[in-house]
Design a protein around this ligand. Structure first.
Ligand code: HEC
Ligand code: HEC
Length: 363
């Protein structure tokens, strides 16, 4: 872009510009782990992270002051909520299970269907989702937050402007979320060379995970990206509960509704990544979950339909749920009872022993 045009752009949109104020913050990553992408216009600073933390835990971000981000992403529950399906304001039941936000900064896309590309874009949606925080609009939230004197001062200090906007609000929240990273699991110590850091059963489970059970084909692991996901979308059959997917898909494709609206409806929500791509191969496909701290975030799957890790392993052992779009990588595994136990033991070795308690690694 031409330099002058570039300047005019920012003069016209002063609120889109974030002048880094305050001390910059570097994520405490173990050596060898690749840094997650941090948007150039939203560098991490201590002050911005602290503001984002305030917002993340503040119920005033919801229409009736009863629900914060942390209601469904609760530090006490591995930053999930322990429920099969999320519950928002006025006890309204949503359509999907709340995933953890721990390590979410490292995922290529956000949401089970991948409909948001960044944490900033993601955070805009729950605020106006009628089944989550239920604000009538982003403008309504901006007005509400602007009426709180402490926030006016904080936004001034962090962004150099008192003019609060939805973009600044989500930039702060996303910055806080980027600090929610957890390593230091027994498994990490095992991989680093401490042979007895995990039990013999968990070690057998890790072998099975990479071999006979084929889990690693989707829950990919490597030392620079140790999150157990390939960031792709697969139909493993969870969504296939006697639904007429063809007519649902036709209806969704023809409706012109955007993916976030369709994801809020119980029936169309089950179409998964199809809502984003409108490609038939993505019907019922959901994002491969990361598996760190998985023992803390039952129940499992995008609809919370599997109550325990044992039942997840049974699900895969049977070959998922047959359907026309079942991923080619899913087939019966013929695991023995001992092998199933070993897989579960392995997954339990992925729990960090220094989880951020109040959700912050910054004091
Ligand atoms: C009522 C419960 C609820 C509230 C409140 C809520 N979330 Fe969520 N969150 C969910 C559910 C359910 C999903 C998955 C939705 C989907 O895939 O359609 C989700 C997904 C996410 C994800 C994507 C994680 C991933 O691995 O894909 C992030 C990040 C996130 N929420 C952050 C937030 C933030 C930030 C707020 C506050 C602005 C918030 N959530 C408020 C329930 C909630
Ligand atoms: C073909 C790719 C694929 C393979 C192979 C695979 N998974 Fe998954 N896994 C996924 C996807 C996709 C999801 C989310 C599915 C959904 O909710 O619809 C998932 C979800 C899970 C979950 C639940 C995560 C959560 O947060 O709720 C666990 C646990 C899990 N897988 C473990 C395993 C294990 C153990 C194996 C091997 C026995 C395995 N997976 C094999 C793709 C795969």
């Amino acid at each position: 872009m031409h330099v002058a045009a570039f300047c005019v752009f920012y003069l016209l949109q002063p609120s889109a510009f974030s002048d880094p104020k305050g001390d910059s913050y570097h994520l405490p990553l173990p050596s060898g782990v690749l840094e997650p992408i941090i948007p150039e216009d939203n560098p991490l600073t201590m002050e911005k992270i602290a503001l984002g933390k305030e917002l993340f835990f503040d119920k005033r971000l919801s229409a009736d002051d009863t629900v914060s981000c942390a209601t469904c992403h609760d530090p006490e529950k591995g930053f999930a909520d322990g429920k099969a399906i999320a519950v928002g304001i006025k006890e309204r039941k949503g359509t999907r299970n709340s995933p953890t936000v721990l390590n979410a900064a490292f995922f290529d896309t956000q949401f089970w269907d991948g409909r948001a590309m960044t944490l900033e874009e993601q955070a805009k949606q729950p605020i106006i989702n009628p089944k989550e925080m239920g604000m009538p609009s982003h403008d309504a939230l901006v007005e509400k937050i602007s009426g709180i004197p402490e926030y006016k001062t904080a936004f001034q200090a962090v962004f150099g402007t008192e003019k609060i906007t939805i973009d600044l609000i989500v930039m702060a929240i996303a910055s806080f979320e980027r600090t929610l990273i957890t390593f230091n699991t027994p498994f990490d110590r095992f991989i680093a060379g401490k042979g007895d850091a995990i039990s013999a059963s968990a070690q057998r489970g890790w072998k099975l995970f990479q071999g006979k059970a084929r889990c690693v084909t989707c829950h990919e692991f490597n030392v620079s990206y140790p999150f157990f996901t390939n960031n792709k979308f697969h139909n493993v059959g969870v969504a296939m509960k006697g639904k007429d997917f063809e007519s649902l898909a036709r209806k969704a494709a023809g409706s012109g509704a955007d993916p976030s609206a369709l994801a809020q409806e119980e029936a169309s929500s089950e179409l998964g990544h199809y809502l984003v791509t409108k490609e038939p191969k993505d019907i019922g496909a959901f994002k491969t979950s990361g598996l760190r701290n998985i023992a803390l975030t039952a129940p499992y799957m995008h609809d919370g339909s599997e109550l325990t890790l044992e039942s997840v392993v049974e699900f895969y052992d049977k070959g998922g749920i047959p359907n026309p779009n079942l991923d080619g990588g899913i087939r019966p595994l013929n695991l023995t009872e001992d092998e199933k136990k070993d897989l579960v033991e392995f997954m339990k070795s992925l729990t960090s022993d220094d989880l951020p308690e109040s959700g912050i690694t910054v004091k």
